[in-house]
Design a protein. Sequence first.
Length: 390
Amino acid sequence: MTSSSDNMPATPFLAVDAGTVERNLAAMAKTAAARAFALRPHAKTHKVVELALRQIELGAVGLTVATIGEAEVFAQAGVKDLFIAFPIWADEGKGARLRALADNVSLTVAVDSAEGARQLAATTAGRSISAAAATGDPAIDAPIPGSAENRRTASSGAPIYVLVEVDSGHHRSGTAPQDAGQVALAAATAGLQVGGVFTFPGHGYGLGNRANAAADEARALVTAVAALAAAGLESPVVSGGSTPTADAADASILTEVRPGVYLFNDAQQVEMGTCEWDDVALWAVATVVSRHGQDLVLDAGSKTLGADWPGWATGGGRLLDHRDARITALSEHHATVRFPDGAGLPGLGERLRVLPNHVCAAVNLADELTVLVDGVAADTWRVAARGRNS
């Protein structure tokens, strides 16, 4: 880029190439359809209403979100099918918000423990877990039947569906796959509608890990489906997938995939080989503010790019137009970039395109995204779900 602003905002800011986004969206929609996967993209990546609605237009069955707040934003925008892929511990306030959502959209929530499922059922029915226990509510301590006829509904409103989360190797949230049936039975007895099982193969993020993580995902989900069947429960939804593992997801087992990063991509995806440089649709635009030997400093630090820096990554992000350079340090408002010995350095005041390591974190730091059409600023997208962390 040049030092001219060309009708661009002051740096640093996040820019999105509209044509690349559209190409990425269409490619994933086509891949999912060809492999008979339902596509439920994770909207925590973009948090933008316009992009969410475009994903639905291209065939997504609904959206995945991380929080109740994100779900509320997209429900208000007209998305009718939402999955909160997080094992929420629902206090009475969160329970009331979930109940309101379920009365307006098809709502699914993650559970990974019997206790969490019972808490979710009690609070979405407008009762605290302690009050339910005191009155002998069967959601708390009754024997757990497997038949649908014996399941109490959590309220007289629309049902709240749950998917049981299982750990497939990422070792974050999720029950052991063989224990999924116990969690599902607790949820069913408490009055929740069990829709199936899901996992996040997050250990696919790394060099050479994608195929193994997808295989782990498949094994875990097979075990979880069998555990629900042994408990007398079906698993119409078997959900997994991430951007790195989507291509390797087992179509004989999964019914649904939930990639998020794919529409923008980022430095991590390039370094893992998930995408090519030309597939990256979002970057920070930063100005060179200082030069010292083969190092220069940009005005986009961790408060623009995010602080994610996995140990296998080559730096704190990548420069799109200077691929031999490396970001060697990030502070809040500075990015230090090392250029190879003998390489020419950009001049002071020059604007550079910087790929964040993790695009989801970068977007959550921005109020809006500058939309580029043929390299010219043509629009802005508000990051509507920014900061909706509860």
